[in-house]
Write a protein that binds this ligand. Structure first.
Ligand code: NA7
Length: 530
């Protein structure tokens, strides 16, 4: 008999809710978390300026009406410390601490076909057996530092934003180099610029950013909003992104140009990426419509940045707007008007090496006291590939995914019975309100485990044919949009040598939920139950 019913790997939003939901269903559960605290992404990414790009009213658990009434968010877009406080509150409120083991990294998980159980090994040398394994490792947890020649010779400190020192970093009086201008780089840059003697922003690809218009939550708005929270959550579940947004419902190409500009400006002034990109139905599928929105955004950069050459360099042209994660910032572009900030184009003159005193590019040398990497993650599959996961016949997950990550419904991989992935490849995951998707996945997994128990089955495994069909569908939907045109982490293009596979499911969380429900209602169609 296995030690546990379920081992949960990770204690971020997904792991915390998995522990609660599975325990509430009467199962014995233990979660292992590498960090010294819970929170996952929100634990590790404690760099200054870290903030969620989904509004707090949406980016919060909906499973408990009491919780959602009790908790008050202070800001429209929550900053990292507040998200972390929230998750710690949830763990305490629902009595989850005894079931979460911190400072413990799972190093291997191996399926034993004879005993129908997983053996999970941790970095303290211990092993546990469990009937089920729930991988709640996060989509953006395996961070990457580029291999720059000479980095080991750099005399000053260097940091990756995803492993920021918890005690903070004082850049006062320093010359700081920042590599990476995605969502993270755009958030951290103004914070560094406010303290440093000089900030050099090394930009490989210019990125689009909309304003947050972040603000304190108004208590009267909150009261009114909370009065109708349940029906709002229902709308979210049925929506496309997991956040109910109001678009015009019309294609931009059928709209008079002046109306488009007026409408985009209204949304720009209101702030937020989802309402802005969702203004028209064709922006993410038709390049001509996309160009209108992209040019609108470039015009905002041009009117914000006073040096015309710097503004032009900051104008993204390499990909359709939205095809990479749309960044959000209230102060990034204006920061380039500060005398202590320099934008360096490393697309035309790439970084050649790091030396003790700084960084060399193809055409210049930059003297630096500290280096910051905001260079992103081996997304979605990276964290799973770093665990030694072996399925039926001892086959490693890395071998199965050698040509790219794949799974059935983004939750289960053929050849890996009784292993569930929360927001894995082929799930709406990062293309949705993650918290809402996590809740849906976890509840589906909980119900599947309960179904096995009540019907006398001990194992569940995705059929290869179901996995193939699901991934073909994921690909077909993705290639009907403009998303594949960008070299983004959605396709793994940011990791040298990673196979180019479009991993998030773009079919929308409402239709996805309906499909998952159909699969369950049909006795877990596409799975072998044994
Ligand atoms: P991203 O979005 O992957 O951004 C990483 C940035 O780092 C991006 O500007 C990259 O340029 C740059 N990068 C990566 N490797 C290099 C090298 N070798 N040299 C120079 N520049 C490099 O990660 P984030 O952490 O910003 O955001 C991840 C997600 O977190 C975000 O999408 C939100 O969902 C939250 P590139 O564009 O590849 O040319």
């Amino acid at each position: 008999m296995a030690d546990l019913d379920v081992v949960v790997v990770g204690a971020g939003f997904a792991g915390i809710y998995a522990v609660h939901a599975l325990r509430s269903a009467g199962l014995t559960v233990r979660a292992f978390e590498a960090g010294s605290g819970i929170g996952g992404t929100w634990f590790w990414n404690c760099y200054p300026g870290a903030r969620c790009d989904v509004e707090s009213k949406d980016y919060s658990y909906s499973f408990s009406p009491e919780l959602e009434q009790e908790w008050s968010w202070s800001e429209r877009y929550p900053a990292q410390p507040e998200v972390l406080r929230y998750l710690n509150h949830v763990a305490g409120r629902f009595g989850l601490w005894p079931y979460i083991q911190l400072n413990t990294r799972v190093t291997a998980a191996e399926w034993d076909g004879e005993r129908s159980e997983w053996t999970v090994t941790t970095d303290d040398g211990a092993s546990r057996t469990a009937r089920f394994c729930v991988m709640a490792v996060g989509c953006l947890s395996a961070y990457q530092v580029p291999s720059l020649p000479g980095l080991e010779t750099f005399a000053g400190p260097w940091y990756h934003t995803s492993r920021w020192p918890r005690e903070g970093v004082d850049f006062t009086g320093q010359r700081v180099g920042l590599i990476g201008t995605g969502s993270t780089g755009i958030q951290v840059a103004p914070e560094i610029a406010a303290a440093a003697a000089h900030l050099y922003v090394f930009q490989r690809t210019a990125n689009f950013a909309v304003p947050n218009r972040n603000r304190a939550v108004d208590p009267s708005w909150e009261r009114e909003f909370k009065a109708d929270y349940r029906s709002y959550r229902k709308q979210a579940q049925e929506s496309f992104l997991g956040v109910p947004i109001t678009g015009t419902g019309r294609p931009a190409l059928a709209e008079p140009p002046a109306d488009i500009q007026r409408n985009l400006m209204e949304r720009w002034r209101a702030g937020g990426g989802m309402p802005f990109l969702g203004a028209y139905t064709d922006v993410l599928v038709d390049r001509a419509a996309n160009d209108i929105v992209a040019e609108f955004m470039r015009d905002r950069i041009r009117e914000t940045v006073s040096d015309a050459a710097v503004a032009e360099l900051l104008c993204p042209t390499a990909y359709p707007v939205g095809a990479k994660r749309l960044c959000q910032s209230d102060d990034y572009f204006a920061m380039f008007n500060l005398p202590n900030v320099t934008l360096v184009d490393i697309r035309s003159a790439p970084v050649s090496s790091v030396y003790a005193g700084g960084l060399r590019t193809a055409d210049s040398v930059y003297e630096l006291d500290a280096l910051v990497f905001a260079t992103g993650f081996d997304a979605i599959s990276g964290a799973l590939n770093r665990i030694g996961i072996r399925g039926v016949g001892g086959v490693p997950l890395t071998e199965k995914w050698a040509a790219g990550p794949r799974s059935y419904l983004g939750m289960a991989a053929a050849g890996f019975p009784n292993m569930f992935i929360v927001t894995g490849p082929g799930s709406p995951s990062v293309f949705s309100n993650m918290v809402l998707s996590i809740e849906q996945h976890v509840e589906w997994i909980r119900d599947c485990v309960a179904y096995l128990g009540s019907h006398g089955y001990s194992t569940v495994e995705a059929k290869p044919s179901a996995e193939d069909a699901w991934m073909a569908h994921v690909t077909e939907v993705a290639y009907s949009t403009l998303f594949p045109l960008a070299d983004s982490w959605y396709v793994g293009a940011n990791i040298p040598g990673k196979p180019r596979v479009f991993t998030p499911y773009l079919g929308g969380v409402g239709p996805y939920r309906a499909r998952c429900d159909e699969v369950a209602a049909a006795g877990y169609e596409g799975f072998v139950l044994d």
